[in-house]
Design a protein around this ligand. Sequence first.
Ligand code: ZN
Length: 139
Amino acid sequence: MLYFADMNQVEHIGIAVKNLEASIAMYTLLLGVKPYKTEEVASEGVITVFFDAGNTKIELLSATRPDSPIAKFIEKRGEGIHHLAFGVDNIKKKIEEKKEAGFELINTEPKDGADNKLIAFLHPKSTGNILVEMCEEKK
Ligand code: ZN
């Protein structure tokens, strides 16, 4: 069977952080660039901060309320890499394709994400314990 790269790049890496200000300062030092965007996604109870890291982006994720998925993640697993996000051209089609390929989808319909994206997550139990996001730039 022939496979080809249909998740065309690691669009960003999502990192869960406890102390947003301290993390912004650390990543600014580490990457040598300041964040280019800060955006709250109220429906997810999260503030996102984006860094341009050359051929990918770093997305810091900080909870705004205790029942936020990010707060729960940090409670269970501590700070660290939260998800890998792959850029796709047609997210609706990709959701169907990944479902057919046997992956478990958390989102069977695209939803609004940060940074002008439509997003959908694959469940970590079908992807070797890594939360995988597919994202499509909104046109
Ligand atoms: Zn993301």
